[in-house]
Design a protein around this ligand. Structure first.
Ligand SMILES: Cc1cc2nc3c(=O)[nH]c(=O)nc-3n(C[C@H](O)[C@H](O)[C@H](O)COP(=O)(O)O)c2cc1C
Length: 305
């Protein structure tokens, strides 16, 4: 299968992949076909923050096609949000706790899917405590017209420990009538190839942390010719992201905090820049931050191999 027939979805990463990040990312890198936005918690209509809705407003998300994600298990609040003007929504039930209660998921989907106009995808793990929980969930999902199931094949209590279980993913996929999206630990070309060899039929993957630590990853997976110098491209990306956040955050604390999060993934991908990364993490003024960030983009800097 040609690698550029792979569909790559940017994962929702709360505090990282907001609208500013997604739009700036799209200005500088290619290969990402769509994104799921970080979750919006369900709340009564009145309590909903407008900034949450702005993040997924279609008119502001014209670059990467973005699917809003709603987190919560109150069906009425969910329906209110899901009927906002989008064509698709993704659902993540509050925590992975609900995975142990297929009957609650059944009741929730029954109400929600009979009342919303949008298509719905679900993003899940194999279970909360045991990988076997998925076997009780798949027949429930089969009853409803879901767009797709995004599966991160770990359990909830596993957090990010161990490795994603590719066999369990494939077994679940074959047992379900729905299309599946794979998610979990695709961090470089090697991990992509290991996964692809195991499940060659799968064309849809979601990547989160791998794209934060290597923004070229989707281009690499799709075999695009990398244009220009990586360091220059990263610098331009960084500068645009920084000025994008400068427009949003009034105080330096929030601004620098946001950028520190960004560097916590990107920084370790530079060769021998541990000291510069420490300087970034210690910086408290914009001036100090800018000095430390400039250190990553000096002539001779190297990014990955
Ligand atoms: C900092 C952080 C924030 C996250 N926020 C969300 C979120 O808002 N919604 C969600 O469904 N998953 C969230 N996740 C999980 C990711 O979407 C993804 O499933 C997980 O990181 C595994 O994919 P990866 O190995 O490609 O990063 C988050 C993960 C991280 C590390």
């Amino acid at each position: 299968m040609k690698e550029n027939s792979i569909r790559i979805i940017l994962a929702p990463l709360q505090g990282f992949t907001d609208i500013t990040f997604r739009n700036v990312f799209d200005d500088h890198f290619s290969g990402v076909d769509e994104a799921v936005a970080p979750f919006i918690p369900t709340m009564g209509k009145k309590k909903l923050k407008s900034s949450r809705l702005k993040d997924v407003a279609p008119e502001k998300n014209k670059k990467i096609f973005t699917i809003p994600q709603i987190l919560g298990n109150n069906a009425d609040d969910f329906i209110f949000l899901a009927d906002c003007p989008h064509t698709k929504v993704a659902n993540k039930n509050r925590g992975s706790g609900l995975l142990m209660h297929p009957e609650k998921i059944d009741a929730f989907l029954d109400i929600v899917l009979s009342r919303i106009k949008n298509t719905l995808s679900v993003k899940i793990r194999l279970g909360r405590v045991s990988k076997d929980e998925i076997y009780n969930l798949l027949p429930v999902f089969d009853k409803y017209p879901l767009k797709e199931i995004i599966l991160h094949p770990r359990t909830g209590i596993q957090m990010y420990e161990g490795t994603p279980d590719h066999d369990a993913f494939e077994e679940a996929r074959l047992l379900s009538r729905h299309p599946f999206v794979y998610n979990g630990d695709i961090i470089n070309l090697t991990s992509f190839h290991i996964f692809q060899k195991k499940i060659p039929a799968l064309r849809n993957i979601m990547i989160g942390r791998g794209l934060l630590s290597n923004p070229f990853l989707a281009e690499e997976i799709k075999g695009f010719q990398l244009k220009d110098n990586k360091i220059n491209r990263l610098k331009d990306f960084h500068d645009d992201l920084f000025s994008g956040y400068q427009k949003i955050y009034s105080g330096p604390g929030h601004l620098i905090g946001r950028m520190k999060g960004f560097w916590s993934y990107l920084g370790p991908s530079f060769i021998k820049k541990e000291k510069s990364l420490k300087h970034i993490m210690k910086s408290e003024s914009v001036h100090r931050y800018e000095d430390a960030a400039a250190d990553f983009f000096t002539p001779g800097s190297e990014f990955l191999c």
